[in-house]
Write a protein that binds this ligand. Structure first.
Ligand code: SF4
Ligand code: SF4
Length: 244
């Protein structure tokens, strides 16, 4: 789920190093990359897709998401369920993306990928951006020089990276075992707090839950007002439930 440099095929970029890429409907490969792919979904991806689709989180999870377990870490890992023909359910007839403004991180960051390691002694995680190996992607052969930081900004990566950096605090918690073996109840709590925000909101609204979890009234109020705050609260609650 958290990928290391060795696990992502591609060419690592030095900080600030540029790369060449252009994507557009004039390329013969347009839309071909939205099929037959493993499309991981992070909690913030689900939050944004829910916003795009204006549907309850439990419906999206039931219809559009598949649950796996990361074989290395033991954490639950969610991915987008592809159509029977292998295409992404959001792929439009002309090859465009129907949720473009809210597309998941894995699509947004392409042709780059990010390998991360937790920060030593606090602060920001260490990260390396990689130009992915994708021989079928004609965009990688286009003579259009891009600045790494500008590309990430143009793709709206800021809130996605910030949310995932915060999530690292849970996924790489210092008290987690080498490989987790979550009980069904713990997996349910993971999915509720990080992905099923409509259900988790009802839970947080219950004064008995807030009391048991030791949540301050002001924090509950803030979480009930904004999905982003609710997700942060969910992550902190889960950290407490799983690791004390
Ligand atoms: S394969 Fe590459 S260039 Fe072609 S549509 Fe996908 S991202 Fe764009
Ligand atoms: S979410 Fe959009 S960009 Fe990503 S695979 Fe689906 S259609 Fe393509």
């Amino acid at each position: 789920m958290i990928e290391t440099l060795e696990e992502i095929g591609g060419r690592p970029l030095a900080p600030g190093q540029g790369f060449a890429f252009r994507c557009g409907p004039d390329l013969a490969c347009f839309g071909s990359c939205c099929a037959d792919k493993r499309l991981p979904l992070w909690p913030y991806d689900l939050l944004r897709l829910r916003r795009a689709l204006a549907r309850p989180s439990q419906d999206i999870l039931a219809e559009l998401v598949e649950l796996e377990t990361d074989p290395r870490s033991g954490w639950p890992a969610l991915r987008l369920r592809l159509n029977a023909d292998g295409r992404c359910p959001f792929s439009g007839p002309g090859g465009g993306c129907q949720v473009y403004a809210h597309r998941p991180l894995c699509c947004r960051i392409y042709p780059l990928a990010r390998a991360v390691a937790p920060a030593i002694g606090g602060g920001q995680p260490r990260q390396v951006f990689i130009v992915q190996d994708a021989p079928a992607c004609l965009g990688l052969g286009q003579p259009r020089a891009l600045d790494q930081g500008q590309w990430l900004a143009d793709q709206g990566m800021g809130p996605y990276l910030a949310a995932n950096n915060r999530l690292l605090g849970l996924l790489m918690h210092p008290r987690r075992p080498a490989r987790l073996a979550l009980t069904p109840a713990q997996t349910h709590a993971y999915l509720a707090a990080l992905y099923n925000l409509d259900v988790f909101r009802q839970q947080v609204r219950d004064p008995a839950f807030a009391k048991r979890a030791g949540l301050e009234k002001a924090r509950v109020k803030k979480a009930l007002r904004a999905d982003e705050s609710l997700l942060e609260l969910g992550q902190d609650w889960l950290s407490q439930v799983l690791f004390g």
